[in-house]
Design a protein around this ligand. Structure first.
Ligand SMILES: [Zn+2]
Length: 462
């Protein structure tokens, strides 16, 4: 008996393939051969002319990129109530979030997550870290399977009282939950799901919990992520409380190593950069959320310095209610322009670097660069095709500049994850999008009512 033959697809005549391979080759008039879930060949169309495939896609007007990677994006509840929070809410934001989240049923969370994943995929993000905010992961697996995304999940835990509303457990219980989530979900759905340890933040996790989470990650071959240092103010408060800066604290308690992904990493200093680089840890930065919350990103989130020190950095957005956009492409754009402006230096974060952050460097920050992040034979087939028959893509002379500075998710025509086409002709293939949107709208109105959360419009609503 022979094994069933893997389905193959040839994407042919691609105007430009931005491979992000080690030489950073841009292949003009390219072809990509996908066999099963992986990339079998990449080259000039003429060199692959004699290679047959079950299906051939004519991509003569398309630019191909690797699927985008988001290192920090809460997919759980936020789409149901997106935009409800005034932009000057400040510290009252997170407690409201947790109230709304607690009011959500498993089925509501599944549908809301499916809409979040739909938006992510539709605009090219194929891999993302949901940092522990999903309450009903078991139920939401259905949504991840339906959509075909690549997701890192887990259960966020705390063992110290906090004003944020993060659920508090005994330390041993928090560690048991952490271990159970990794054992249950890591590698689920044929490897599309990874599960990591996710203590919420050193602000509400003891040294024992942070260290224990690190040990569990090492023990199970997994990783750790948590919210690290939200702003310069938070750093100052932390130093007053602990007598040292948060990054030095993490190092001193043995909770910073090559398995650690530090989310946000705002309010860090040159010393912190050295500590992070020496530890082998990585970072996930969320420029849209940082800028919207007035965190002073270009002053205190030392992205250029982290890259200079060799720290892999991924871009994220945080949630659909504080960012509120969730497109990795828009984070890429902001990373490329904010530092030029803030530092008054046009050499900061070139377009090519911004694209690396959203793809191969981001994959490296997640410990996945051996599988995703570039278009190379042997890697999983996570590919985005942009339709350049649009004004924002013209004239098409330098595809990297056009991609980073003028395009956005609107021109994403096709998205392939692990060889499965999940977006075709700008539409998700796995869901009736409008039906889902209407259901999530109803869920949002119900949750706001149930949780008793509301904010009056600042303009008269007549
Ligand atoms: Zn977050």
């Amino acid at each position: 008996m022979t094994a069933p033959r893997a389905v193959s697809t040839k994407i042919d005549n691609i105007a430009y393939a931005l491979t992000l391979d080690p030489e950073r080759r841009i292949v003009a008039d390219a072809a990509i051969l996908i066999e099963g879930d992986s990339i079998a060949a990449v080259g000039k169309s003429r060199d692959l002319r004699d290679v047959a495939a079950d299906e051939t896609v004519d991509a003569r007007h398309f630019v191909a990129t690797p699927g985008f990677v988001s290192g920090h994006m809460h997919i759980s509840y936020a789409h149901a109530v997106r935009g409800v929070f005034p932009d000057d809410l400040g510290p009252a934001y997170l407690p409201s979030v947790f109230r709304l989240q607690a009011a959500m049923t498993p089925e509501e969370e599944r549908l809301t997550s499916l809409l979040a994943v739909t938006e992510l995929l539709k605009y090219g993000t194929t891999t993302f870290v949901d940092p522990g905010s999903t309450k009903h992961v078991e139920t939401c697996l259905d949504a991840y399977q339906q959509a075909g995304c690549r997701i890192v999940t887990g259960s966020h835990v705390a063992d110290m009282p906090n004003a944020l509303g993060v659920p508090v457990y005994e330390t041993s219980e928090a560690l048991a939950l952490t271990r159970a989530a990794i054992e249950r979900f890591d590698g689920a759905l044929g490897g599309m799901v990874s599960a990591w340890a996710m203590p919420f933040s050193p602000d509400c996790a003891s040294a024992d919990l942070l260290r224990g989470a690190s040990e569990i990650a090492r023990d199970l071959g997994s990783r750790v992520t948590f919210h690290h240092s939200y702003s310069e103010d938070a750093r100052t408060r932390w130093i007053e409380r602990e007598g040292r800066a948060p990054t030095a604290y993490l190092e001193s308690i043995g909770a910073l190593d090559e398995r650690t992904l530090l989310a946000h990493a705002l309010g860090i200093s040159e010393d912190d950069v050295s500590i992070i680089a020496q530890s082998g840890a990585s970072a996930a930065m969320c420029p849209s959320a940082a800028a919207k919350s007035g965190a002073g990103m270009t002053r205190s989130a030392l992205l250029p310095e982290l890259l200079e020190a060799g720290v892999p950095v991924s871009l994220g957005t945080d949630a659909a209610n504080n960012s509120n956009l969730i497109e990795t492409m828009r984070s890429m754009y902001l990373a490329a322009i904010l530092y030029k402006d803030g530092r008054q230096d046009v050499s900061m974060i070139p377009a090519e670097t911004a694209l690396e952050l959203a793809t191969i460097t981001g994959a490296s920050a997640l410990g996945m660069a051996d599988r995703i992040g570039s278009i190379e034979p042997g890697k999983l087939a996570d590919i985005v095709l942009f339709d350049t028959r649009r004004p924002e893509w013209r004239s098409l002379l330098d595809p990297v500049n056009n991609l980073v500075y003028s395009a956005d998710g609107r021109s994403v025509h096709t998205v392939i994850v692990s060889g499965r086409t999940v977006v075709r002709n700008h539409q998700p293939t796995f869901v009736d999008e409008w039906d889902l949107i209407q259901r999530v709208q109803e869920i949002g109105q119900r949750i706001l009512h149930r949780a008793g959360v509301s904010f009056p419009s600042r303009w008269p609503l007549v």
